[in-house]
Design a protein around this ligand. Structure first.
Ligand code: OSB
Ligand code: MG
Length: 368
């Protein structure tokens, strides 16, 4: 395959409700879409999951645009690419910037699968017909608001509830959830809000039978997490700390976690996601697919990845309607009783709607 033209779009879409983590709140989601064309005018799509501020990691929409325009797109334009695995080798001269790299790599995977006439899931080696999904719920104004939301999502059939926690919104909140929903599959995500000084609080969470606690300690740490995991029974799941196969290997070796949340953007693409998945399978650590409040394009990539057999736990890939009044793909992603039926159409298997994309596009540029 040869990429003869690439179009980069900067979109701004409003979430139905603000999303609040231990770092703060936002409702307007800015992100990039990349459309890569082959010689025959067929195109593949990728989404950058970088946010407009660098709270989750160091990347932003603007740094991604810069990396893509000045380095990554020139490195792949008009180059012969035989397999999407080659993209990360082509980008190996650039350090980090994984979300920017993944934007191109995702489009190449989509286009590769479309050229072969096969679904992206099958091209990746996945073979599930449907995937089980959970839902991630932000910090709310009151515990009652949170309980009401959980009640709704349990009734919709979501397979597990993930609640965001932060100091002051943790043990007491989880206790209230457990009182009302003693058996619901439940986990908590701290987005790095604690340190080892909070060890007693983190131990207190053991009594609530959580499936896991996600990223309790620093975003760049795997050493303190190993100490913590020895002290608590709740399985630690790493999100922010794992950027690569090598990070995963070291975290497993140190015992820093028992579960890994794989996000395609965070680890630099689908090929690296697959390598981490395979490594975790060898070591018997379950993995699941995280989310970054994606539009339908990124959501479709997450669904395809989740079809790999060692994605054993429900991911954060909820349905389009949980986030958007109107998603940018046809059909939208639908969750029924906690399941998403995997598309059998080529590539990501959902059609980007150009009219709707145009409506949300702030700026676009094509490269040839
Ligand atoms: O830590 O998993 C996270 C959203 C934005 C940034 C980080 C995270 C999240 C979520 C929501 O938990 C996942 C989703 O619904 O897409
Ligand atoms: Mg997380």
């Amino acid at each position: 395959m040869k990429l003869t033209k690439i179009t980069l779009r900067h979109l701004k879409m409003r979430l139905k409700s603000p999303f609040t983590t231990s770092f703060g709140s936002f409702q307007d989601k800015e992100f990039l879409l990349l459309e890569a064309f082959n010689e025959n005018g067929m195109s593949g799509w990728g989404e950058s999951v970088a946010f407009d501020t660098p709270w989750y990691n160091e990347e932003t929409v603007k740094t991604n645009w810069h990396m893509l325009e000045d380095f990554l797109i020139p490195a792949v334009l008009n180059k012969e690419i035989n397999h999407p695995d080659e993209v990360s080798d082509i980008f190996s001269f650039i350090r980090k910037n994984n979300m920017a790299k993944s934007t191109v790599e995702g489009a190449v995977w989509d286009l590769y699968a479309k050229e072969k006439g096969m679904p992206l899931a099958a091209a990746l080696g996945g073979n599930k017909e449907k995937i089980e999904v959970g839902i991630s719920i932000g910090i709310q104004d009151t515990v009652d608001d949170l309980l009401r939301l959980i009640d709704g999502y349990v009734n919709e059939g979501y397979k597990r509830m993930k609640v965001k926690i932060k100091p002051g919104w943790d043990v007491d909140v989880i206790r209230e959830i457990r009182k009302r929903f003693p058996d619901v599959p439940l986990m908590a995500d701290a987005n790095s809000a604690y340190t080892l000084e909070d060890i007693d609080l983190l131990k207190a969470i053991d009594e609530f039978n959580l499936m896991m606690i996600e990223q309790p300690l620093a975003a760049d740490d795997i050493v303190d997490h190993a100490r913590l995991q020895k002290e608590i029974e709740t399985p630690v799941c790493l999100d922010e700390s794992i950027h690569s196969y090598e990070d995963a290997r070291k975290a497993i070796e140190l015992g820093s976690c028992k579960i890994i949340n794989i996000k395609i953007g965070r680890v630099g693409g689908l090929s690296e996601s697959k390598r981490i998945h395979d490594l975790c399978r060898e070591h018997g650590l379950p993995v699941w697919c995280g989310g970054m409040l994606e539009s339908g394009i990124g959501r479709a990539h997450n669904i395809a990845l989740t079809t790999l057999d060692h994605f054993l736990l429900p991911g954060d890939t909820a349905g389009s309607s949980r986030y958007w009044e109107r998603d940018i793909i046809e059909p939208e992603v639908v969750v029924e009783d906690g399941w998403i039926v995997v598309t059998d159409k080529p590539g990501i298997g959902y059609e980007p709607n150009y009219d709707i994309i145009k409506e949300f596009t702030v700026f676009e540029k094509s490269f040839t």
